[in-house]
Design a protein. Structure first.
Length: 190
Protein backbone atom coordinates (compact mmCIF):
# COMPACT_ATOMS: atom_id res chain seq x y z
CA UNK A 1 0.00 0.00 0.00
CA UNK A 2 1.28 3.47 -0.84
CA UNK A 3 0.96 6.01 1.97
CA UNK A 4 -0.51 8.82 -0.10
CA UNK A 5 -3.76 10.37 -1.30
CA UNK A 6 -1.95 12.13 -4.17
CA UNK A 7 -3.09 10.62 -7.50
CA UNK A 8 0.01 11.98 -9.28
CA UNK A 9 2.30 10.21 -6.82
CA UNK A 10 0.30 6.99 -7.05
CA UNK A 11 0.54 6.98 -10.84
CA UNK A 12 4.26 7.75 -10.76
CA UNK A 13 5.03 5.11 -8.13
CA UNK A 14 2.98 2.46 -9.93
CA UNK A 15 5.12 3.06 -13.01
CA UNK A 16 8.35 3.03 -10.99
CA UNK A 17 7.44 -0.19 -9.18
CA UNK A 18 5.72 -2.00 -12.05
CA UNK A 19 8.25 -4.86 -11.79
CA UNK A 20 8.21 -5.02 -7.99
CA UNK A 21 7.00 -8.11 -6.14
CA UNK A 22 4.04 -6.14 -4.75
CA UNK A 23 1.17 -4.01 -6.08
CA UNK A 24 0.60 -0.44 -5.00
CA UNK A 25 -2.80 0.86 -3.98
CA UNK A 26 -3.45 4.22 -2.34
CA UNK A 27 -4.14 4.50 1.36
CA UNK A 28 -7.96 4.29 1.42
CA UNK A 29 -8.82 6.35 4.49
CA UNK A 30 -9.63 10.03 4.11
CA UNK A 31 -7.77 12.84 5.83
CA UNK A 32 -4.18 13.17 6.92
CA UNK A 33 -2.44 9.81 7.14
CA UNK A 34 -0.25 10.80 10.07
CA UNK A 35 1.22 14.11 11.16
CA UNK A 36 4.67 14.56 9.62
CA UNK A 37 6.56 15.68 12.70
CA UNK A 38 9.99 14.47 11.63
CA UNK A 39 12.97 16.76 11.18
CA UNK A 40 14.21 14.87 8.10
CA UNK A 41 12.78 13.26 4.97
CA UNK A 42 13.61 9.83 6.41
CA UNK A 43 11.83 10.49 9.71
CA UNK A 44 8.68 11.60 7.85
CA UNK A 45 8.77 8.69 5.39
CA UNK A 46 9.21 6.25 8.29
CA UNK A 47 6.33 7.81 10.25
CA UNK A 48 3.96 7.35 7.30
CA UNK A 49 5.17 3.89 6.27
CA UNK A 50 5.04 2.43 9.78
CA UNK A 51 1.65 3.99 10.51
CA UNK A 52 0.08 2.51 7.39
CA UNK A 53 1.81 -0.86 7.79
CA UNK A 54 0.63 -1.16 11.40
CA UNK A 55 -2.92 0.17 10.99
CA UNK A 56 -3.62 -1.66 7.71
CA UNK A 57 -1.66 -4.82 8.52
CA UNK A 58 0.22 -4.86 5.24
CA UNK A 59 3.48 -3.87 3.58
CA UNK A 60 3.50 -0.07 3.19
CA UNK A 61 5.59 2.26 1.07
CA UNK A 62 5.93 5.95 1.91
CA UNK A 63 8.03 8.78 0.64
CA UNK A 64 8.96 12.20 1.74
CA UNK A 65 10.37 14.47 -0.87
CA UNK A 66 11.06 18.08 -1.59
CA UNK A 67 13.09 20.66 -3.38
CA UNK A 68 16.09 22.33 -1.74
CA UNK A 69 16.96 25.71 -3.25
CA UNK A 70 20.51 26.85 -2.51
CA UNK A 71 19.70 30.57 -2.76
CA UNK A 72 16.98 30.00 -0.14
CA UNK A 73 19.39 28.20 2.20
CA UNK A 74 17.83 24.81 1.40
CA UNK A 75 14.21 25.88 1.69
CA UNK A 76 11.56 24.69 1.31
CA UNK A 77 13.10 21.21 1.90
CA UNK A 78 10.92 18.92 4.00
CA UNK A 79 8.26 21.65 3.98
CA UNK A 80 7.87 21.70 0.18
CA UNK A 81 4.28 20.39 0.26
CA UNK A 82 3.17 23.03 2.76
CA UNK A 83 5.75 25.79 2.34
CA UNK A 84 3.17 28.60 2.43
CA UNK A 85 0.00 26.66 1.58
CA UNK A 86 -1.46 23.20 1.07
CA UNK A 87 -1.84 24.14 -2.62
CA UNK A 88 1.15 23.13 -4.75
CA UNK A 89 1.05 26.03 -7.20
CA UNK A 90 1.03 28.55 -4.34
CA UNK A 91 4.18 26.96 -2.93
CA UNK A 92 5.83 27.02 -6.35
CA UNK A 93 4.79 30.66 -6.81
CA UNK A 94 6.39 31.53 -3.47
CA UNK A 95 9.67 29.90 -4.49
CA UNK A 96 9.63 31.92 -7.72
CA UNK A 97 8.73 35.12 -5.84
CA UNK A 98 11.67 34.68 -3.47
CA UNK A 99 14.01 34.10 -6.41
CA UNK A 100 12.89 37.12 -8.48
CA UNK A 101 16.19 38.98 -8.08
CA UNK A 102 18.40 35.87 -8.04
CA UNK A 103 20.34 35.39 -11.30
CA UNK A 104 19.98 32.12 -13.21
CA UNK A 105 23.49 31.04 -12.26
CA UNK A 106 22.54 31.14 -8.55
CA UNK A 107 19.25 29.21 -8.88
CA UNK A 108 20.82 25.82 -8.19
CA UNK A 109 18.62 23.30 -6.43
CA UNK A 110 18.05 19.64 -5.91
CA UNK A 111 15.01 17.43 -5.62
CA UNK A 112 15.36 14.80 -2.91
CA UNK A 113 13.16 11.76 -2.28
CA UNK A 114 13.44 9.30 0.58
CA UNK A 115 11.45 6.08 0.40
CA UNK A 116 10.64 3.78 3.29
CA UNK A 117 9.08 0.35 2.92
CA UNK A 118 7.72 -0.94 6.23
CA UNK A 119 6.35 -4.25 7.40
CA UNK A 120 3.60 -4.55 10.04
CA UNK A 121 6.16 -6.12 12.43
CA UNK A 122 8.21 -2.88 12.47
CA UNK A 123 10.95 -3.90 10.04
CA UNK A 124 11.79 -1.38 7.33
CA UNK A 125 14.16 -0.58 4.51
CA UNK A 126 14.81 2.85 3.01
CA UNK A 127 16.62 4.57 0.14
CA UNK A 128 17.19 8.09 -1.13
CA UNK A 129 17.41 9.65 -4.57
CA UNK A 130 18.76 13.12 -5.38
CA UNK A 131 18.41 15.00 -8.65
CA UNK A 132 20.56 18.10 -9.14
CA UNK A 133 19.25 20.99 -11.22
CA UNK A 134 18.03 24.56 -11.06
CA UNK A 135 14.86 26.59 -10.69
CA UNK A 136 13.55 28.23 -13.85
CA UNK A 137 12.17 31.77 -13.91
CA UNK A 138 8.71 30.69 -15.01
CA UNK A 139 6.65 27.43 -14.98
CA UNK A 140 6.80 25.33 -18.14
CA UNK A 141 5.12 22.10 -19.20
CA UNK A 142 1.96 20.13 -18.50
CA UNK A 143 3.24 16.86 -17.02
CA UNK A 144 4.21 16.12 -13.46
CA UNK A 145 3.10 17.82 -10.27
CA UNK A 146 4.48 19.92 -7.43
CA UNK A 147 7.56 21.89 -8.48
CA UNK A 148 8.09 19.89 -11.72
CA UNK A 149 7.10 22.92 -13.89
CA UNK A 150 9.95 25.06 -12.46
CA UNK A 151 12.67 22.45 -11.88
CA UNK A 152 15.13 21.88 -14.71
CA UNK A 153 18.21 19.74 -15.23
CA UNK A 154 19.67 21.94 -17.97
CA UNK A 155 18.21 25.39 -17.19
CA UNK A 156 15.95 25.26 -20.25
CA UNK A 157 13.50 22.36 -20.09
CA UNK A 158 11.42 21.66 -16.95
CA UNK A 159 10.61 18.23 -15.58
CA UNK A 160 6.98 18.97 -16.48
CA UNK A 161 8.00 19.13 -20.15
CA UNK A 162 9.34 15.58 -20.07
CA UNK A 163 7.07 12.66 -20.87
CA UNK A 164 6.15 10.52 -17.86
CA UNK A 165 8.47 7.78 -19.20
CA UNK A 166 11.40 10.21 -19.52
CA UNK A 167 10.81 11.58 -16.03
CA UNK A 168 10.50 8.09 -14.54
CA UNK A 169 13.98 7.26 -15.84
CA UNK A 170 15.76 10.21 -14.20
CA UNK A 171 13.72 11.70 -11.35
CA UNK A 172 14.68 11.75 -7.68
CA UNK A 173 11.87 9.26 -7.02
CA UNK A 174 13.10 7.04 -9.84
CA UNK A 175 16.61 7.02 -8.37
CA UNK A 176 15.24 6.16 -4.92
CA UNK A 177 12.93 3.48 -6.35
CA UNK A 178 15.79 1.85 -8.29
CA UNK A 179 17.91 1.77 -5.13
CA UNK A 180 15.02 0.31 -3.12
CA UNK A 181 14.34 -2.40 -5.70
CA UNK A 182 18.02 -3.35 -5.59
CA UNK A 183 17.89 -3.61 -1.79
CA UNK A 184 14.73 -5.70 -1.91
CA UNK A 185 16.50 -8.51 -3.73
CA UNK A 186 17.83 -9.58 -0.31
CA UNK A 187 14.48 -9.27 1.52
CA UNK A 188 11.61 -11.71 1.70
CA UNK A 189 8.38 -9.77 1.21
CA UNK A 190 5.34 -10.98 3.08
Amino acid sequence: MLATHNPGKLKEFRALFQDAPFNLIAYPKKGEIVKETGATYLENARLKAHWVAKTMGCLALADDSGVEVDALEGLPGIHTADFVSQIAWENTREILRRLLTVPDSKRTARMRATLCLAWPDGQDVFCEGVLEGRILGWPKGRHGFGVDPVFSLDGRRSLAELSPDEKNRISHRALAAQALLEKLTSYKLS
